[in-house]
Design a protein around this ligand. Structure first.
Ligand code: SF4
Ligand code: SF4
Length: 180
């Protein structure tokens, strides 16, 4: 638990369970543990509760919208905690089954940015479908999106794509060091 605090700098013991974060979180009804509940589990400091959090869908449904942070009287940075908990969930292979398509979407999104420097919607959709085997899902809306100019057949690319690749390589390197 102290590892969580030293990595994020978030003082979890400052939460006094007012519940404002949960009241303002649009995803709370779908989460295994809404944000204030998750804070309470963290405060208990037990391995069992920590593992429950890492195996929950809460950390993956969180949108990092920062509503909770904006509403919290103690300015507790729950989105930052969520980020850390997601990496720990992957590292310890405790990913909730609901999270698999979410992770596939994140990976497809990042691939698009890495290789083009921009979001290439067609590439994102193709990569996401390949990763999740949802080959025909939502295909019926593709023509209308194309006609409205929301989908482009070819990607737009930034000029300096090498810098983008360097940023990704550096981030991966930094993450490895942090996790050692
Ligand atoms: S950042 Fe996450 S936990 Fe906080 S309000 Fe948004 S979705 Fe809910
Ligand atoms: S709003 Fe802040 S103090 Fe209140 S329950 Fe949520 S994290 Fe705790």
């Amino acid at each position: 638990m102290s590892e969580l605090q030293s990595h994020t700098g978030v003082g979890i013991m400052r939460c006094y369970q007012c519940g404002k974060c949960t009241a303002g979180c649009v995803l709370a009804p779908d989460m295994n543990f809404p944000p204030s509940y998750l804070m309470r589990l963290l405060q208990t400091g037990t391995k069992e509760n920590y593992e429950k959090i890492l195996s929950s869908n809460s950390i993956w449904l969180c949108l990092n919208c920062e509503n909770c942070l904006g509403r919290c009287p103690m300015e507790i940075d729950i989105p930052k905690l969520m980020d850390y908990l997601r990496t720990q969930s992957i590292k310890t292979q405790k990913i909730h089954p609901d999270a698999r398509p979410i992770i596939s979407f994140h990976q497809s999104f990042l691939d698009s940015i890495k290789y083009t420097g921009r979001l290439y919607e067609m590439g994102l959709i193709a990569a996401f479908k390949a990763r999740t085997f949802r080959l025909t899902q939502d295909m019926n809306i593709a023509p209308a999106m194309y006609l409205k100019g929301k989908l482009h057949l070819l990607p737009e690319k930034i000029k300096d794509r090498r810098s983008m690749k360097r940023i990704f390589a550096q981030t991966i390197e930094n993450t490895k060091k942090e996790n050692q």
